[in-house]
Design a protein around this ligand. Structure first.
Ligand SMILES: *[C@@H]1O[C@H](CO)[C@@H](O)[C@H](O)[C@H]1NC(C)=O
Ligand SMILES: *[C@@H]1O[C@H](CO)[C@@H](O)[C@H](O)[C@H]1NC(C)=O
Length: 608
């Protein structure tokens, strides 16, 4: 049963529920006298507005005859993203050249969004987006006042359209978006701008990074927020609705900013994977999650990706009931999705969430920037595979049926790529399997010596991928949706609060360290040392280990590093790797590949 915070349900009300405003379901038909007279006022106001809009459209139409370049930014502005990406000379021919294919839709979509899109497309050539007239608090309809669709209540207005609108697509609010968009940027000179086809991912792999811990929180990425809570659910429950909303909105507004997208493009990456969770668009029962606020940050993030020529993989990280019982699904503990007491209900809710999301993301404005649509991150290994296949097929049908053309992505669900040979066939290049490759959650792999770890990435990961990519032996289209440079499991909170680590043998149930030397010389405090203390031998290892993985994973449709930034886990942070020079400054310019021999790492000890 959906609580007040469900936009699809809310759209029949004229109440936009705020996070925590449970049961605010006043129906229009039950309006009080005061509301009725207010309504009369609104009708009058509506008439006046209609006259203004008609007049505006006429003027706009005249303007449009002289202004042909709708939907393109001035060259000077759009080239800034490429110049930021260039320190090498070959980088300078980047964004801002192509101009076609970026004009707002004039076909399809609802008539309401139609009118909005076309009338503003003409005006967009006049005032710049940042000059949009902001709706004043007194102008926000009472039904939206104080809710999360009320722009006058937003913490951060950067690059948000501050004009209130009630408009929705697929039941989801468009408020905050500018009507116009521009797909002419490209991430770097080696990849096409957004408005040109990428081509086959077999030939041109993804080089990407995830924005983990941003819209779906994770304790090891931002331990400072958690303060003892084990997951987003318990954090929100502990803080209560008001404080949770304030804390999370501050996090959304500050943890990832436009600068991050700019730096991601500058690092030679071309895709971003954006994890988010269902409470961006719905909450159920007594969910304590902050409803809706992450939605507009997701939309703004996509616009920033667009601005810097980055293609987006949407990644559904938390589904109702939790698809894996892990903290990054929102709620740690049990899986209540497909299986469990409410498993069937939550599976259905998940399909409903995908129904709305896919109607929204089928809009023309997402056709070029949305490269992949992820259905469910890491469903539990314990789930019945046939049930998972059935759910995936249903979700695929809904999303595709709603007009999302981007390939959809499903997880190998921690049962290994071979388990998917011959399953979910018949989708061609429109369904991709996602595998996450780590060597530290397994006592047999964590003990690999440095040179062996590099060789393992080239050979064993390589074989897994080759086998999976060939439809005769595996599923077919494959991507590596997560990997990192972690060579120990020592990162704080990675294994849970107070759970210890495999590396030094403090993990529950272990009697001796699983590090390569298997002795007391292995220490997590040492392994967690600050990157400024890394020796050049260790950095050479980390760089080689990363380049081995990149090289290997590019035999698939490509890769997404996990993750872009962390508070204190440098081997899980692309940003830290760039700063510490143990990742290549340009992902497409590398110094080592698997066809080279493994370099010497000097006197680098196998323990730390
Ligand atoms: C801002 O949003 C309003 C409401 O959706 C829209 O009509 C207007 O065109 C937008 N402004 C710009 C500059 O895109
Ligand atoms: C979060 O989940 C991961 C599993 O992905 C687990 O290893 C870790 O212990 C959990 N963190 C906390 C703080 O419980």
């Amino acid at each position: 049963m959906s609580r007040g915070g469900d936009w699809a349900a809310a759209s029949t009300d004229h109440i936009m529920p705020a996070a925590g405003a449970a049961g605010s379901t006043e129906k229009l038909g039950q309006a009080s006298p005061a509301r009725k007279s207010r309504r009369t006022l609104w009708i009058l106001l509506g008439l006046v507005l209609t006259v203004l809009v008609v007049a505006g459209a006429v003027v706009g139409g005249l303007v449009a005859k002289n202004v042909i370049r709708v939907g393109t930014r001035p060259a000077a502005e759009s080239s800034s993203s490429s110049s930021s990406a260039s320190s090498g000379s070959s980088d300078s021919g980047g964004a801002g050249t192509a101009t076609s294919g970026s004009s707002p839709s004039s076909t399809g979509g609802s008539s309401a969004s139609q009118a909005t899109a076309s009338s503003s497309a003409t005006s967009a050539s006049g005032p710049k987006p940042t000059e949009a007239a902001c709706t004043k608090p007194s102008e926000i309809p009472s039904s939206a006042k104080g809710t999360w669709t009320d722009p006058t209540s937003w913490l951060d207005m950067t690059d948000f359209n501050c004009t209130f609108t009630d408009e929705r697509v697929g039941g989801l609010p468009v408020v905050g978006l500018f009507s116009d968009w521009d797909d002419s940027a490209r991430a770097n000179p080696n990849v096409p701008p957004l408005n040109k086809p990428w081509g086959s991912y077999d030939d041109r792999p993804i080089r990407g990074v995830s924005l983990g811990g941003w819209l779906s929180l994770e304790p090891f990425i931002t331990p400072s927020i958690f303060d003892g809570a084990v997951d987003e659910y318990s954090l929100c429950a502990k803080l209560g609705p008001k404080k949770a909303a304030a804390t999370l909105e501050k996090h959304y507004a500050t943890f990832v900013t436009e600068d991050d997208f700019k730096s991601i493009a500058a690092a030679g990456l071309d895709h971003v994977r954006i994890p988010f969770s269902y409470w961006a668009v719905a909450v159920y029962d007594d969910d304590p999650y902050v409803f809706g606020v992450s939605w507009r940050y997701l939309l703004r993030g996509i616009e920033w990706a667009r601005k810097h020529g980055l293609r987006v993989k949407l990644d559904m990280h938390g589904l109702p009931g939790s698809q894996n019982g892990w903290n990054h699904s929102g709620r740690q503990g049990k899986v209540d999705w497909l299986a469990g007491p409410d498993g069937a209900t939550n599976a259905k809710r998940s399909l409903d969430v995908h129904d709305r999301l896919s109607r929204f993301f089928a809009q023309d404005r997402y056709k070029n920037v949305l490269a992949f649509y992820g259905l469910a991150n890491e469903p539990a290994m314990s789930l019945d595979q046939d049930a998972l296949i059935d759910w995936t097929a249903q979700a695929y049908k809904i999303v595709r049926g709603n007009g999302v053309d981007a390939p959809q992505v499903f997880s190998e669900a921690l049962r290994g790529l071979p388990a998917w040979a011959g399953k979910l066939t018949g989708y061609g290049d429109k369904l991709v399997i996602d595998v996450h490759e780590y060597t530290i959650f397994d006592v047999n792999l964590i003990k690999l010596a440095h040179a062996d770890r590099v060789a393992f990435a080239c050979k064993t990961f390589g074989n897994q991928i080759d086998t999976s990519m060939d439809p005769a032996t595996g599923f077919g289209p494959t991507m590596v949706g997560e990997w990192s440079q972690a060579d120990t499991d020592c990162t704080e909170y990675l294994n849970g609060v107070g759970n210890g680590a495999r590396w030094d043998g403090t993990y529950s149930g272990m009697t001796s360290p699983a590090c390569p030397t298997a002795d007391k010389r292995c220490s997590c405090p040492k392994a967690n040392a600050d990157p400024s203390t890394y020796t050049s031998d260790y950095k050479r290892f980390l760089l080689t280990w990363a380049e081995a993985q990149m090289d290997t994973f590019e035999q698939s449709w490509g890769w997404f590093y996990w993750t872009w930034k962390t508070e204190s886990a440098p081997l899980w942070s692309y940003q830290a790797g760039l700063a510490g020079k143990f990742l290549p400054p340009r992902a497409y310019q590398r110094s080592w590949s698997c066809s080279d021999s493994v370099p010497s790492f000097g006197s680098l000890p196998e323990f730390y």
